[in-house]
Design a protein around this ligand. Structure first.
Ligand SMILES: Nc1nc2c(ncn2[C@@H]2O[C@H](COP(=O)(O)OP(=O)(O)OP(=O)(O)O)[C@@H](O)[C@H]2O)c(=O)[nH]1
Ligand SMILES: [Mg+2]
Ligand SMILES: [Zn+2]
Length: 336
């Protein structure tokens, strides 16, 4: 049905409203888009246009208040963009994020920290020895990834000191790609996967994140440290930094790899069971038939969970994978 437009559709309001409006431009429409690549005490390192060749140091404009700005954020910059020594640009806007990797200090502390924004991939870095690998942290990192919209992968380092088979086998049912990235290993497979993407590395202190970043980005020059024993990782890296991957061709960007400081634990106070389930479309759909407040763990905790109505083998495997993450979420963080 069409609507006939005639004079009566035009409302004529007397006074102010009838004056021709000046076209309202969004504030700072002329600002330059940039990617945040480092953060240090109230100063943000920004790459205009997301290109790595020019870095501008910026402050946060007063009007943004305490809006968190983290590595990976897309921001709008005004002011001096020369990048010259002692110049300071201003961040006037933080764009909507496509993904957010968050953590809380522990499972009971609701204060969230955004680790990185807009990452495509999370490489969970685990050493096969020194420090010894912990499957629990991997499960928790998988939960944080699926809840934040980041695709998880597993990177195993120090395979010269420990056997990858047994550890990797624990993740066989999760459909998470596993890369052997020890110091002596070629990195071709990993390069192929992360080419053109933004990949954040996360793991305990001393597992070899910065060592790996230095191999991926030849002039990165990230400091690497010694590991003197369990829990004694010295936290060599103290800030997150995004570094540009070498381009694989003349017309491509190589993407970014983000090195982060080692973590001792990964609090998940901000994640709910439904956040986890949302990452498994088919299961989220089936779970609509669950009773209210269902934790989806199955009997005995959730005897009427609708996920138990799924009988097809592939679906059963996915239910098992999802439940494993739900267990990781519901178990108390042992290192909090
Ligand atoms: N044997 C062996 N040692 C490695 C390997 N990869 C890294 N290392 C060593 O492990 C130590 C810690 O490496 P880093 O790269 O500093 O670890 P990190 O994960 O960045 O640590 P934080 O910055 O504290 O979070 C260094 O002495 C590295 O030389 C490896 O594949 N095999
Ligand atoms: Mg480091
Ligand atoms: Zn359920």
């Amino acid at each position: 049905m069409s609507h006939r437009f005639d004079e009566s559709d035009v409302r004529v309001r007397p006074g102010k409203g009838s004056r021709p409006r000046t076209k309202r431009r969004p504030a700072h429409a002329d600002a330059t888009e940039a990617m945040v690549i480092s953060v240090d005490r109230g100063r943000w390192g920004c790459a205009p246009g997301g290109r790595p060749d020019h870095v501008v140091v910026a402050m946060r404009a007063r009007e943004l208040g305490r809006t968190p700005i983290v590595v990976g954020d897309r921001v709008a910059l005004v002011g001096d963009l020369s990048g010259d020594r002692d110049t300071l640009a201003r961040i006037v806007r933080v764009e909507e994020r496509t993904s957010v990797l968050r953590r809380t200090a522990d499972d009971t502390d609701p204060t969230e920290r955004v680790v990185v924004a807009n990452a495509d991939l999370l490489l969970i870095v685990v050493a096969l020895a020194d420090p010894p690998p912990r499957a629990g942290l991997v499960d928790r990192a998988l939960v944080a990834a699926v809840a934040g919209g980041v695709v998880p992968m597993l990177g195993l380092t120090k395979d010269d000191l420990g056997d990858p088979e047994a550890f990797a086998a624990q993740f066989a049912d999760l459909e998470v790609p596993i890369f052997l990235v020890g110091r002596e290993r070629p990195l071709d497979d990993l390069y192929e996967r992360i080419d053109g993407k933004t990949t954040v590395l996360l793991g305990h202190s001393g597992v070899g994140k910065s060592t790996l970043v230095n191999r991926l980005v030849p002039d990165a020059d990230r400091a690497t440290g010694d590991v003197s024993g369990v829990g004694k990782g010295r936290h060599t890296s103290t800030q997150s930094v995004a570094l540009p991957l070498p381009a694989s061709g003349p017309d491509t960007d190589g993407g970014w790899v983000i090195d982060t400081p080692g973590i001792r634990s990964l609090g998940l106070a901000h994640v709910t069971a439904d956040d986890v389930l949302a990452a498994f479309d088919d299961l989220a759909l089936a779970a609509r038939d669950c009773p209210r407040g269902c934790g989806h763990l199955g009997p005995p905790a959730d005897p009427e969970c609708a996920l138990d109505d799924l009988t097809e083998p592939a679906a059963r495997r996915r239910v098992a994978a999802a439940r494993r993450l739900l267990v990781a979420l519901s178990s108390v963080n042992p290192h909090g």
